[in-house]
Design a protein around this ligand. Sequence first.
Ligand code: C2E
Ligand code: CA
Ligand code: CA
Ligand code: CA
Length: 275
Amino acid sequence: AKAAGGGQVCLFTPEMSARLLRCHQLEQEFQNALHKREVLLFFQPLYDCGGLQLRGFEALARWQHPIRGLIGPDEFIPLAEAGGMINALGDYVLEEACRAALTWPNDLRVAVNLSPIQLKDPALPERVHAALVRSGLAPCRLELELTEGAMLEQTGQVQAALAALKTLGVGLAIDDFGTGYSSLSYLHRFSFERLKIDKSFTREIAASQDAQIVTRAIIGLGAALGMAVLAEGVETEAQLNILRKAGCGQVQGFLLGRPMPEADVGPLLARVACT
Ligand code: C2E
Ligand code: CA
Ligand code: CA
Ligand code: CA
C-alpha cells in the first residue's frame, strides 16, 4: 500500500481488513446482544460546580461481550445505527435508565443520550412516554441529550418531536456543544434546558487562553438564553477552578467520578447522604 498522499487509490492493509472483519462480526453479534442482556448501563455523576453537590447521573451504554470483554459505545452505537437496531437499543437504554433513577433520591436526574436516528423516528415521543410509564419515573427527572448534528436537519419532523418531548415534561440538553456545525439558529427556536460544553474545550482551558475565552463565551451564551451550562470532561482541579470562576453551573468528569456500574451507585449515594 502507498503512503497517504494526494488522492491516490487507497489499498487495503492487513490492519484495515482486520478492523473490517471485527466490525462485521460485531455487527452480526450485536443483533443478539440486547436479547442476551449483554448491554448494560454505566452511570457517571453530575455535580454542581460550586459546592460539588450531586445532581444526577448520565447513563452511558456498555456492551459486555462474552469473549471480547467490555466494548464502548463509540464502537457499537454506529453498528446499532447501521444495522437498524438503534431504536430497540434506545428503548432498552431509556427504560433501564429510568428504572435505575427510580431507586435514587428524587431530586436526582438521569441523562440519556439519543442518536440522531432516534430523533427522526416519529414514534420517539411515544417510546419515551412508554419508558416513563413502565418505570414509573417522573418525567422531570429524565433529561435527553441530543447532539447539534441531530438538530441540523431542521425538518418539521425534528421540530415536532422536540415539541412533543417538551409536552411530556422531560428535559432537553444539547450535547457536545461547540463541536457540531453550530448553526446557532436552533438554540432559541427550541427550548433546551441545558447546554453541555464538549470535553475538547474543557481539556484545553487550563493551557489555552483561546479555549478559555470560548468556554466563557459559551457560558455567557447559555446564561443569556436562560440555559443551564454543564462542562464535561473535567479531569483536573485547575480546570474545575477555571470553570467555577467562569460561572459554569455543573460539571462532569474523571476528576469527580468515572462512569460506574449500577452496583456502585448505591454506595456513592450512601456516602453523599452521610456528608
Ligand atoms: P458523550 O455523551 O459525550 O459522553 C461522555 C463521554 O465522555 C463518555 O464516553 C464518558 O465516559 C467520557 N468521559 C466522561 N468524563 C470524562 C473525562 O473526564 N475525560 C474524558 N476523556 N472522557 C470522559 P463513553 O461512555 O465512551 O461514551 C461515548 C459516547 O457514546 C457518548 O459521548 C455518547 O455520544 C455515546 N453514547 C453512550 N451511551 C449511549 C446511549 O445509550 N445511546 C446513544 N445513542 N449514545 C450513547
Ligand atoms: Ca452525553
Ligand atoms: Ca458529550
Ligand atoms: Ca460525544
